[in-house]
Design a protein. Structure first.
Length: 84
């Protein structure tokens, strides 16, 4: 499949504004369009809460201490049959 490192850092690139189910779905549609369903079936991703400052990402946070909507992210991954 190849190395897709850096393909899914979108929330950090947008200072935390990309957090909702629809946004995650758009990313997953783009991955499926560009790379095929096989890429979704064999994903390796890291999910974390992130503390943002004016210049972007400052540090990672425990999930429950962040404003990251991880349940919406997981719902989108499930809806797209993501695996890994």
């Amino acid at each position: 499949m190849g190395n897709l490192c850096g393909l899914f850092p979108y929330p950090s690139q947008y200072n935390g504004t990309l957090r909702f189910y629809d946004a995650f779905s758009r990313i997953l549609v783009q991955i499926r369009t560009d790379l095929g369903q096989k890429a979704l079936n064999d994903m390796h991703i890291h999910i974390s809460g992130i503390n943002y400052g004016p210049k972007g990402e400052k540090n990672h946070l425990p999930m429950l201490e962040s404003d990251f909507l991880f349940k919406e992210c997981l719902q989108a991954l499930k809806a797209f049959n993501a695996g890994g």
